[in-house]
Ligand binder design. Structure first.
Ligand SMILES: Cc1ncc(COP(=O)(O)O)c(C=O)c1O
Length: 344
């Protein structure tokens, strides 16, 4: 029998009961639409408590919308966005960032999924040349697509390089909660204090039902965002149900507990898998994902019981993600099954 929880993705998990409770609690009577309601005010206040009172924040339906529109706010169509080769904005958003910004994305090779100043410098050229796109944004993903986490000083030096060269630092924070938990930082220390200008804050993978926020650390950058959001079809009419999700995650620091738990389950999974000599963990496990190289012949057999994504076909690397609801028993059962198929 297929187990009810898999390791395919943290968005395959359900909604945390605490979030559902908040959604039910705001389902009372009528509230003004489009964000002019008391529940949205409350969620915005929570964001200001966590990120600082001078931010501007806008709620959207999903991470692709947050990224594409956040980037739109920073660019004109002749600009370029420097990102990692594996960046979600480059690989997994069906060209939405290109469509909404008109910009060229400049993918950069990375080790362990993280951009470095040296790599960005190599992509930063053609400045002032009318024949070239003009680099305007460095976009990082925190935690990265391969489950690694940028150290604070790595982000600080990317921000410094960006700002010295007339660029902005954008962060895709679909898993910012996992990164902050991993670094034992609060959300402000993990983002604006390091020089990030605009953040996509993901709630969906953190126990939400489906909500992301675009956080601007310099309010001036947000001047036109509400128009981009509406044109981009990301303005929720029944906004209170998005807002409730953030309020729930911030209340009692549920965001942190969910992220800590998912990270802990990934480390548990990693530790058990490492005992099998035919499995190689290919990236440091620093958030809630484990990337493993396994014999190619094992993949289809494992997928018969557990659905998961192949990360790198050629290298036979698979991605296993843990979630807020992954249990120790889930890990135990999964590893037992993996060991049956990938015999030591
Ligand atoms: C790194 C990253 N960014 C953004 C997203 C958000 O995508 P979605 O538009 O599916 O919410 C995801 C989801 O898989 C992701 O992994």
């Amino acid at each position: 029998m297929r187990p009810s929880r898999s390791f395919a993705s943290d968005n395959n998990a359900g909604v945390h009961p605490g979030v559902l409770k908040f959604i039910a609690a705001v389902n009372q009577g009528h509230a003004v639409g489009y964000g002019d309601d008391a529940y949205t005010d409350r969620a915005v206040r929570q964001f200001k408590r966590h990120f600082g009172k001078d931010i501007e924040v806008f709620f959207v339906f999903n991470g692709t919308g947050a990224n594409a529109l956040g980037l739109r706010a920073l660019t004109n169509s002749y600009h370029a966005i420097i990102c990692a080769q594996a960046a979600h904005i480059y690989v997994d958003e069906c060209g939405a960032p290109e469509k909404f910004t008109g910009c060229k994305l400049l993918p950069v090779r990375t080790e362990n999924g993280k951009l470095t100043v040296e790599a960005v410098r190599a992509a930063y050229h053609g400045i002032g040349d009318q024949h070239h796109v003009q680099p305007r944004v460095i976009s990082i993903t925190q935690a990265s697509e391969v489950g690694t986490v940028y150290r604070p000083e790595e982000i600080r030096s990317l921000a410094q390089f960006a700002h010295q060269h007339g660029m902005f630092l954008h962060a895709d924070g679909a898993r910012i909660a996992n990164a902050a938990a991993s670094l034992k930082q609060n959300l402000r220390a993990a983002t604006s204090d390091l020089g990030i200008d605009v953040l996509s804050f993901g709630a969906t993978k953190n126990g939400g039902l489906g909500a992301d926020a675009v956080v601007f650390f310099d309010a001036r950058l947000a001047a036109d965002f509400r128009f981009y959001r509406k044109q981009g079809m990301q303005l929720a009419s029944k906004m209170r149900f998005l807002s409730a999700q953030f309020a729930a995650l911030f209340e009692g620091d549920l965001w942190l507990r969910n992220a800590q738990h998912a990270n802990r389950m990934a480390r548990l999974l990693e530790g058990k898998l490492r005992r099998n000599p035919n499995i190689k963990i290919v990236y440091p496990v620093e958030a809630n994902g484990v990337f493993a190289q396994i014999p190619a012949s094992a993949i289809a057999k494992l997928q018969k019981r557990y659905f998961f994504y192949l990360w790198d076909d050629e290298q036979s690397v698979v991605r296993w993600m843990c979630s807020w609801d992954t249990s120790e028993q889930d890990v135990e059962q999964f590893v037992n099954f993996v060991n049956q198929i990938v015999r030591a």
